[in-house]
Design a binder for this molecule. Structure first.
Ligand code: SF4
Length: 725
């Protein structure tokens, strides 16, 4: 008998849930974390070993969620029993043939053999790897090591490039280090004022809202978003700039801060450099000009700065709405400049932070699956870093390849004369999630070999030559790092079904077939973590003092947490960074001089509307998991387009009808939702759906020059009515 799945009430609730189950002796409860977003809500999974019952999920009291879950968390056990779960490797016997079941040895021998052939013919960079921000720290670490040591390729990057790479780049150039929230998330609960830029947390991570309760109740919550989102609904001030103009708005807010006398000159003098140069550009963005460009009224600009500057405890937080532009790094820098001018970062009870999105969005960007990075958030082009990590790996520093292509550029090069001929994909679904998705799909189809390791047959797996079934969250051990830099334990709560192997096991199997010593690629998460600790020692993200035992004991350990000499008291981690100095050479934060520029494409007569994309409450990322949960799919079964009623009327659209959303790179088919709070010049598409509902058929691969982030948040389209379904 199957346990009933959570009801709709439980799905929509973010209120405290029932206490963890402590039922009959045959039931086993395990403390772990949600499989989805970076909040990594604490949950208890109660399994009934030996039965076919679906495990029960209940929230527990953890720092990020304080006993709450969103509907994705409540229903997460259903993914464990996805009806189309991959249980056996699949191999395409020849191009064009259907995927056929194979045993593990056949599948791994096939992959290793083809990789060897392709590398022998075209060189090691003909083999590429694409990872994911949902991988555990150990998997992200092992994947980077596998690429650089077992494959010898420089061609590795991951889908975090599409997530928060702009904020990471801006954080490094301002503070010298990138940790999303440089303070515990719970600190926000004491905030009097919070400026939330481009983050719809009411839908993406609902339990986070409790940390904003005080600011919201006290009239101090301000939201910057072109849409009147569920989060904006809770704000005292909603600033709704024209898509692609957030940078102009941030410059304008800095201008107001300076002209209206809100700059904390003592802080700027003591703790920063560069305000003069930043001001030289911001000086040109007086409020009336900002209103003309962004549409945000002058009075609203002034009120925002006043609220932020006069609050006792104030924070500026940025999300994907600031990140995902061809000028995302400069946009985030401009908001950091504002925070620095007001004296917020590195002051107890105030600060700047980036809200990371993916489950291991923080740890996934620290341990070497990025194109330019080695474990511990070290730079691949730093000779000392290469020497240290090569020593841990037992290889020569010179054998490590240099930085390779980033994110979209890697995908764009697949199957081209100079590009990779083979690609291994772990924990990513670029057919749905990459920009200019139809083009990326063509590039994947042009490969000589596509290998996908996944839990379910994703849209990318459907194109693969070899599909490797892997275990998922509640079936495996490991560590992740949540959005405030705290390292947490993922624990095995249920046995996986027969067939799937862990990603670490897959890498071990491939590496040994490629001639690596078996001990160099252990399949055990704890052993990999021990090695990761040593590899990260002395780096910006130093995990060396964080032990498996300390994590299991429930210690709250935020990196950096260096190891200490024998006999000394263990380091207690660093929950709050920057309190005395920033991680720059001279300890001072940097203002960065940035200026506004328009988005890569603007509306014209053929495409008169902006389209912006984002997430909705019921789904997560490409939807590969959440579209397999009946309650979530029932709540949001297909792609929709939010349109202002006047805009819809002009295009001949009605509520519930179907529309073609036509852009320069493709067309999306979506159901029309009339939303009176939408800007008349803008439509919104969620990016969770496959096929003709793929929002990323429209998105623009124009790249940020620093972070290489594509412009997901702004493209231009027209609307056309369609006939009945
Ligand atoms: Fe928490 Fe995010 Fe999971 Fe929702 S999806 S329960 S907010 S970790």
């Amino acid at each position: 008998m199957k346990l009933p799945l959570p009801t709709i009430d439980r799905m929509t609730a973010t209120a405290p849930g029932p206490a963890p189950v402590s039922g009959p002796a045959t039931r086993v409860s395990t403390e772990t974390h949600c499989p989805y977003c970076a909040l990594q809500c604490g949950m208890t999974v109660t399994a009934s070993p030996g039965t076919r019952r679906l495990p029960e999920v209940a929230p527990r009291d953890f720092a990020t969620n304080a006993g709450r879950l969103c509907q994705k968390g409540w229903t997460s056990a259903a993914v464990l029993a996805a009806p189309d779960r991959l249980l056996t490797p699949l191999v395409r016997p020849r191009p064009g043939a259907a995927l056929a079941p194979a045993d593990w040895d056949t599948a791994l021998d096939t992959v290793a053999g083809r990789l060897r052939e392709i590398a022998a013919e075209h060189g090691p960079d003909a083999v590429a790897v694409f990872g994911g921000g949902g991988l555990t720290n150990e998997k992200a670490y092992a994947l980077g090591k596998f690429a650089r040591v077992a494959l010898g390729t420089s061609q590795i990057d991951y889908n975090g490039r599409f997530c928060m790479s702009s904020a990471a780049a801006a954080g490094i150039r301002a503070f010298g280090v990138d940790r999303g929230l440089p303070f515990p998330v719970g600190d926000l609960a004491e905030a009097d004022a919070v400026l939330l830029v481009g983050a719809n947390v009411a839908e993406t991570m609902p339990p986070f809202l409790q940390h904003l309760q005080r600011a919201s109740a006290g009239g101090g919550l301000m939201v910057v978003d072109p849409r009147h989102t569920a989060t904006a609904e809770k704000a005292t001030l909603h600033l709704a700039p024209t898509p692609g103009t957030d940078l102009a708005l941030a410059l304008g807010l800095l201008h107001v801060a300076v002209v209206d006398g809100y700059v904390d000159h003592g802080y700027v003098e003591r703790r920063t450099r560069g305000l003069t140069d930043a001001w030289r550009l911001a000086a040109r963005w007086w409020p009336e000009r900002v209103e003309r460009v962004t549409g945000v009224p002058v009075a609203l600009q002034r009120a925002t700065v006043r609220l932020l500057a006069t609050a006792q405890r104030a924070y500026v937080l940025t999300g994907r709405g600031a990140d995902q532009h061809s000028k995302g790094t400069d946009t985030v820098s401009a908001f950091i400049n504002l925070a620095l001018a007001l004296g917020l970062p590195g002051r107890g009870g105030s600060g700047y932070g980036c809200l990371t999105g993916q489950g291991n969005g923080q740890g996934g960007r620290e341990h070497g699956q990025k194109a330019d990075q080695l474990p511990g958030y070290r730079r691949l082009d730093d000779p000392a870093a290469r020497a240290h990590v090569a020593g841990v790996w037992g290889v020569e520093p010179d054998s490590l390849p240099g930085p390779g292509r980033a994110g979209y550029e890697l995908l764009d090069a697949l199957g081209t004369p100079d590009g990779p001929k083979a690609l291994l994909v772990f924990a990513s679904n670029p057919v749905v999630s990459a920009p200019r998705a139809a083009h990326v799909q063509e590039r994947l189809a042009a490969l000589d070999l596509l290998v996908v390791a996944d839990v379910v047959p994703s849209e990318t797996a459907a194109l693969a030559d070899v599909v490797l079934p892997v275990t998922q969250w509640a079936e495996e051990e490991g560590t992740l790092t949540d959005l405030d830099g705290r390292v947490i334990r993922r624990r095995r709560a249920v046995s996986p079904p027969p067939g799937p192997r862990t990603d670490l096991d897959v890498l071990h199997g491939l590496a040994t077939r490629l001639g690596q010593p078996p001990a160099r690629f252990p399949a055990d998460a704890r052993t990999v973590f021990e090695e990761l600790r040593r590899a990260s020692a002395g780096g910006p993200a130093d995990y060396s003092g964080i032990t498996w035992e300390r994590l299991d004991a429930g210690e709250a350990l935020h990196w950096p947490c260096p190891d200490v000499p024998a006999g000394a008291a263990p380091h207690r981690g660093t929950p709050r960074l920057f309190l005395t100095r920033f991680a720059t050479d001279d300890g001072r934060a940097r203002f960065v001089a940035v200026d506004h520029r328009p988005p890569a494409e603007e509306p014209d007569s053929r495409h008169p509307l902006y389209v912006t994309t984002g997430r909705v409450l019921a789904h997560y990322q490409s939807g590969a998991q959440t579209r397999r949960v009946p309650e979530l799919l029932g709540a949001e079964p297909e792609c929709f387009v939010e349109v202002h009623p006047d805009t819809a009327a002009r295009a001949g659209l009605r509520e519930g009808g179907r529309a073609r959303v036509v852009g320069w790179r493709g067309t999306v088919v979506a159901t029309v939702r009339l939303v009176p709070t939408m800007r008349p010049d803008t439509v919104f598409l969620p990016f969770h759906f496959p096929g003709a509902g793929r929002a990323n058929l429209l998105t623009n691969p124009a790249l940020d020059p620093v972070s290489r982030m594509p412009e997901f948040k702004v493209a231009v389209v027209r609307l056309e009515p369609m006939g009945p379904r």
